[in-house]
Design a protein around this ligand. Structure first.
Ligand code: CUK
Ligand code: CUA
Length: 655
């Protein structure tokens, strides 16, 4: 484009907002946009004075959040000092002391998970999942390469929702499951080793956004397909969006196999499970089934879906499915015969407006569905779901919490905390009061806390278990703007620690924590529930443990060698080894140390190799020695006073 056509960015934004305003002005308040044979649900919202300005702000934020984002609410948070670490209740953990909680952060499109101590907010480690990582060699060693290749062979992922495995509704500390929104995958992380041990590339799904475990005993890992696509996506119906479909999936937590899928109308967003193993509640937007933002935000309501898990299992057992790419796909669309009887497999619950999150409260009574483009949170009575014929009768409350509600968390003392993206605030409200209040009432609101800026997820201690611990919550803000030293056009996110204590008006902002792009969600477990191993147990992996006496070179073929060597402070098992130009070299290394934290690294720079070998672990890399010469091998982890001397040489003799 020629430079004189360059437009003022503010004009572009303004035009965009005007367009959304026009679209939203056309939205009818009544349910005329539903077809005749659909149940007409009256959306009576007494006291809900939602003006067009609210809609416009919300609509604009949905598409261009940076433009409006929270500029009007920069009046320092209650109790916060506006600086890095606050003056509130002590969150600092003294040198040498441990945090009380583990926090597991999704890393968004970095593809990794991050482990953070709570309340100190100190980052403890990172766990590569869908990414490769040169610090550990994840994605470079044979085993991790194979894991990523069999898991779809992509170089990146976008993880949003970390979930801890449960037994009896409580975290059992065994596994963490996380979705890949980008490539429709679910990964499992072993929490005794803090490492990824399985990745499933789920067939038929292009995006898996919502992800949860089926409470109370992790029977399934459940995932929501956000992007609608042809089924199967093999070139049919490419230009016929009406024929696209969105899927809900159940994965076996042990085998990590895809067990079944349910196709639905509209697209799915976030999902959470009830506490009794029957219901999974999924939020949704785009009931319009449009392919553009204007189309997707047209309707006044979208259908939240309640999946009746035993009813779906029954349909699968009865053979009521179509098999697509090896997976039984059950029809859960509104028209499906499986939804016509008195026990539909999916209940559709009209909810305002492009609702974003679903979080089920600790006692399992209610699912809390944040309105995103509506300033309300819809509370769905989960126990009533199975009884009412019109699922909208299961709506138990709908308080008006503020603009841009995205996610809700719980303290176990009867309070809910909802993040408000547009208002840049957290609203604390009383759950029981919201049931008793009229729809649209602000009465249940206890207090609001400014956050900086534009929060997405919000998590309190153990809030996704049946027994939350309260005390602290973390608000994951998308923008930090002026909160940190400027680091160029891209600033970090800002995860803020808020003390919530026990009392009524008790929220206090105590710490800012910059985060690299882009955490979406986190989950916290008390340290007593995690039992991290100190060294590897060779029985837990398939590689053959190398003893000190085994170090050596074995010719396995005319053009292949197997090099075995141990590592220990401060030497490799072989001071040097010789291979021939063109050899395929399989290099297996065992770290025979039995002391936690004594890790050795094996770097062969010109061959693009570097990987870590933790104590008692064994790792293999395979490469072709195609350049003759001398190649120093060095240890990349500072392991002893003689770490620099910990070297070996690979001699590649010319052919
Ligand atoms: S989503 Cu990102 S703020 Cu993927 Cu859970 Cu709501
Ligand atoms: Cu081993 Cu440094």
């Amino acid at each position: 484009m020629s430079t004189d056509e360059r437009r003022d960015p503010n004009d572009v934004i303004e035009e965009y907002e005007q367009r959304l305003d026009d679209v939203l002005a056309e939205v009818e308040p009544a349910p005329d946009d539903r077809t005749a044979d659909e149940p007409v649900v009256s959306l009576d919202l007494p006291g809900l004075s939602l003006n067009r300005r609210d809609f416009m702000k919300a609509g604009a934020a949905a598409g261009a959040m940076g433009a409006l984002a929270g500029c009007s609410n920069i009046t320092g948070g209650g109790g916060g000092d506006g600086g890095a670490s606050g003056s509130g209740p002590g969150h600092k953990v003294a040198p040498g002391e441990h945090d009380e909680y583990y926090g597991f952060w999704s890393g968004g499109h970095s593809g990794e998970l991050r482990v953070v101590g709570i309340p100190s907010m100190r980052e403890l480690t990172r766990i590569p999942v869908f990414n490769t990582d040169c610090a550990t060699g994840y994605g470079y060693t044979d085993g991790s390469k194979e894991l990523l290749e069999e898991g779809g062979d992509y170089t990146w992922g976008d993880n949003h929702h970390p979930n801890l495995s449960e037994t009896d509704g409580d975290y059992d500390g065994e596994f963490l499951f996380v979705n890949d929104k980008a490539n429709g995958r679910i990964a499992r992380v072993n929490l005794t080793y803090f490492e990824t041990d399985a990745i499933t590339d789920v067939p038929n799904m292009q995006a898996i956004h919502g992800c949860c475990v089926l409470s109370p005993d992790t029977k399934y890992v459940l995932g929501n397909g956000e992007f609608r696509a042809p089924l199967p996506n093999d070139g049919r119906d490419v230009d016929n969006p009406d024929a696209y479909t969105s899927l809900f999936v159940a994965v076996d937590p042990e085998s990590m196999e895809t067990l079944w899928q349910v196709k639905v109308d509209g697209n799915l967003d976030i999902v959470d499970s009830g506490k009794e193993g029957r219901w999974a509640i999924a939020s949704a937007y785009n009931s319009e089934e449009a392919t553009s933002i204007t189309g997707m935000t047209k309707n006044d309501r979208d259908d939240v879906k309640a999946f009746d898990i035993p009813a779906i299992e029954q349909a699968v057992e009865n053979g009521d499915y179509e098999e697509v790419n090896g997976v039984p796909v059950v029809d859960g669309t509104k028209e499906s015969s499986l939804n016509q009887g008195d026990r539909p497999i999916v209940k559709y619950i009209p909810t305002p407006k492009s609702p974003h999150c679903v979080e089920v409260g600790p006692n399992g009574d209610y699912a809390f569905i944040a309105g995103k483009l509506s300033p309300t949170v819809t509370m769905l009575d989960i126990n009533a779901l199975s009884e009412v014929s019109d699922p909208s009768e299961a709506v138990a409350g709908r308080p008006r919490v503020g603009l841009g509600p995205l996610h809700t968390t719980f303290d176990g003392n009867g309070h809910a905390y909802t993040s408000l993206f547009i208002d840049s605030q957290v609203a604390k409200w009383d759950i029981q009061a919201a049931v008793e209040a009229e729809t649209g009432s602000e009465d249940p609101i206890i207090e609001k806390q400014d956050v900086h800026y534009n929060p997405g997820h919000i998590q309190a201690l153990e809030a996704m278990s049946t027994d939350p611990d309260g005390e602290w919550l973390v608000c994951l803000n998308k923008l930090s703007k002026d909160r940190f030293l400027p680091v160029g056009p891209t600033m970090p996110d800002n995860d803020q620690l808020i003390h919530i204590g026990q009392g009524e008006k008790s929220m206090e902002l105590v710490a800012d924590h910059p985060a690299y792009p882009e955490p979406h969600d986190c989950v916290f477990a008390h340290r007593d529930k995690i039992d991290a191993k100190k060294v590897y147990d060779p029985a837990d992996y398939e590689e053959t443990y190398i003893e000190e006496a085994d170090s050596g070179v074995e010719r396995t073929g005319e053009n292949s060698v197997h090099v075995k060597m141990i590592t220990k402070r401060s030497e490799f098992g072989l001071p040097d080894f010789t291979v021939q130009e063109g050899d395929e070299v399989t290099l297996t290394t065992t770290n025979i140390e039995s002391v936690q934290d004594i890790v050795h690294g094996v770097a062969i720079p010109q061959y693009d190799i570097n990987y870590a070998v933790p104590p008692q672990d064994t790792e293999t890399v395979t490469f072709t020695a195609d350049e003759p010469g001398v190649y120093w091998i060095y240890c990349t982890f500072f392991c002893s006073a003689l770490h620099l001397e910990m070297r070996s040489r690979m001699l590649v003799e010319p052919a």
